[in-house]
Design a protein around this ligand. Structure first.
Ligand SMILES: Cc1cc2nc3c(=O)[nH]c(=O)nc-3n(C[C@H](O)[C@H](O)[C@H](O)COP(=O)(O)OP(=O)(O)OC[C@H]3O[C@@H](n4cnc5c(N)ncnc54)[C@H](O)[C@@H]3O)c2cc1C
Length: 386
């Protein structure tokens, strides 16, 4: 396709050189799809014009942040809109908020904040997502619950598939919709006082049963905010001994490691797991399992030679699978279905589309009728529409 109008609109920021298209054919899922053209808008008005053209000429569009999702959410054979060039932000200290373009990162804003102020959202990952991608793919954070996160998002400006612009005070309407209904063009986050808290306890176990007995006891401790279990292979990857590892996170200083320096060093080490795994050719996939199934699930996965870690309190389990083995991954999901659910916490993308619950599919179809009836945005993702 020629895309004459888009090239006129964006000039050199409408790119279809083979090398660039190849570079945009991947995200962190291991799936590959080459876009037909990559657009790099800088302003909301350009995003709106792109959507208007798409409606007029029936183009299909997929928004993309930094491509860190692990479910094939940011790859397409249609038009890819790379929002990473929209990365400005404006801090308004006296009103305690920051306005961020969708390609900005929380860590960049943090660097510019005066001492004592913070954004109280921790994406729990060193893979730095864009704020647009983070909200669109459904922020999952083991340390904070979803309602709390909503309260930190004061406003979201987004454009739907028909080109209509909205400012949502309640982010839940666009939260986790993976670019299928809206392109997020601005996010207003609350600024709050920086908290210094938490401490850790770290214990190795030779027996998974003994570890789970301790985890069950810890559940009742009031200042516990996270109980994480690492399989021996994951534990070794973190630089601990190769045995079952239990890490308890406290909101106060009850834990053994409590100085700010130690806490930050441990946090960094834990967050490096996904990176170490990625460097060895593994990708993380997730499921939510019931606590009663924790022993069986962890034990089976360990026996199959797959490293794993479980956020015991909410049942969120990361399993590391060699990224050249997508069929193995599908077997893994199928085998889990009886005892667990496949969450869309990091998005459903193309990889997990098969596992989207029927209720969510129906809801999306209705939303598409309102917000994207020409099926311009992210066609084929989450649901098949028309
Ligand atoms: C191993 C691993 C572990 C992770 N752990 C966590 C974690 O614990 N907590 C956590 O919060 N995050 C975590 N993440 C990050 C998270 O899952 C996503 O990767 C991230 O939120 C996506 O941001 P991105 O900018 O890379 O978006 P992309 O990967 O580029 O896109 C993700 C999805 O959002 C859509 N999208 C992107 N930008 C926009 C926009 N402006 N408007 C509308 N739709 C858009 C895309 O179409 C796509 O469907 C993890 C990632 C990895 C790889």
């Amino acid at each position: 396709m020629e895309y004459k109008h888009l090239k006129r609109l964006l000039g050199k920021r409408a790119i279809n050189s083979p090398n660039i298209l190849e570079a945009y054919s991947y995200d962190a899922s291991g799936l590959v799809l080459k876009p037909s053209i990559v657009l790099r808008p800088r302003r909301s008005s350009e995003v709106k014009k792109i959507i208007d053209y798409a409606n007029r000429y029936r183009y299909k569009l997929l928004p993309r942040g930094f491509g860190t999702n692990n479910v094939g959410g940011a790859i397409t054979s249609d038009i890819l809109i790379d929002l990473s060039a929209m990365n400005d932000y404006k801090i308004v200290i006296d009103k305690k908020y920051v306005d961020m373009q969708p390609g900005a990162r929380i860590s960049d804003v943090r660097k510019s904040l005066p001492e004592g102020l913070d954004i109280d959202i921790y994406p729990c990952t060193l893979v730095e997502p864009s704020i647009g991608g983070l909200i669109a793919s459904g922020i999952h954070s083991r340390e904070q619950d979803i309602d709390y996160l909503y309260s930190q998002i004061l406003e979201v400006e987004a454009i739907d598939g028909t080109g209509k612009q909205y400012v949502f005070k309640d982010a839940s309407r666009i939260f986790g919709t993976e670019g299928t209904l809206f392109i997020i063009t601005r996010v207003r986050l609350a600024l709050s006082e920086k908290k210094t808290y938490r401490s850790y306890s770290i214990t190795n176990y030779n027996s998974l049963i003994d570890l789970l007995v301790e985890a069950k006891k810890a559940e009742k401790e009031s200042s516990i905010t996270a109980i994480d279990i690492y399989s021996p292979l994951a534990s070794r990857m973190l630089g601990f001994e190769e045995s079952w590892l239990l890490i308890k996170t406290y909101l106060d200083t009850v834990g053994e490691y409590k100085t700010n320096e130690k806490v930050m060093a441990i946090k960094k080490k834990l967050e490096s797991l996904h990176f170490s795994m990625a460097s060895k050719g593994y990708i993380s996939q997730e499921s939510i399992i019931s606590r009663n199934y924790a022993f069986e699930a962890l034990n089976n996965i360990h026996k199959k030679g797959m490293p794993a870690m479980l956020h015991y309190l909410d049942g969120y389990m990361h399993v590391y699978i060699k990224n050249n083995d997508i069929s193995h991954l599908r077997d893994f999901y199928d085998s889990l279905l009886l005892h667990s659910s496949i969450p869309g916490g990091h998005g459903y993308g193309l990889l997990k589309k098969k596992y989207v619950p029927p209720g969510i599919k129906n809801r999306y179809r209705k939303l598409k009728d309102t917000y994207d009836y020409n099926n311009i945005l992210s066609p084929g993702k989450i649901i098949s529409y028309r």
